[in-house]
Ligand binder design. Structure first.
Ligand SMILES: Cc1cc2nc3c(=O)[nH]c(=O)nc-3n(C[C@H](O)[C@H](O)[C@H](O)COP(=O)(O)O)c2cc1C
Length: 148
């Protein structure tokens, strides 16, 4: 299954670690949209959309990327890391995907080390995350999607 994973991971590279682990185990083309904001995604059967959570949402750069570059009708999966995962962190990205008639086939969320704002004064939160288990959890999640 020809797969790409686009990601935005600017805080500590937490989300990037999950994507890299998947790409080490499976043939997945990875695209950092901070470096390639105009990357085109024609011809992929499955597209991962991965981001750290910033102010309760996938990165605004990712929302914009989805609106401008994701082929309509794509099959996608979501991956995110945050200081405290909550389902509503996917609300904005899911709305943008629904507007493009994309199908979300699965989503994976886990903790990611956070030193935003005053949290850095006491060493940050979610220290040590994503853990090795959370990273291999992302690989298993992707494995499950391939099996469907
Ligand atoms: C500007 C900013 C805003 C954030 N807002 C939230 C938030 O609303 N909820 C949350 O749980 N974590 C929040 N975090 C923590 C990040 O989601 C977490 O550290 C994530 O793993 C960062 O991913 P990255 O290293 O891939 O960029 C925020 C971090 C930053 C830098």
């Amino acid at each position: 299954m020809k797969t790409a994973a686009v990601y935005f991971s600017k805080h500590h590279g937490n989300t990037k670690r999950l994507i890299e682990a998947i790409a080490q185990n499976y043939p997945v083309d990875t695209i950092n949209i901070a470096e390639q904001p105009e990357a085109e995604l024609e011809g992929y059967e499955l597209i991962g959309i991965a981001s750290g959570i910033y102010a309760g949402s996938f990165a605004k750069q990712m929302i914009k990327y989805v609106k401008n570059h994701l082929p309509p009708g794509s099959r996608v999966f979501l991956i995110s890391t945050s200081a405290g995962p909550k389902p509503n962190y996917e609300r904005t990205i899911r709305k943008a995907l629904a507007e493009k008639e994309c199908t979300v086939v699965g989503s994976y969320m886990c903790l990611g080390f956070n030193t935003f704002g005053p949290t850095k004064l006491f060493g940050g939160t979610a220290k040590g995350h994503p853990t090795d288990e959370e990273i291999s959890g992302a690989v298993s999640f992707y494995e499950g999607l391939r099996a469907e």
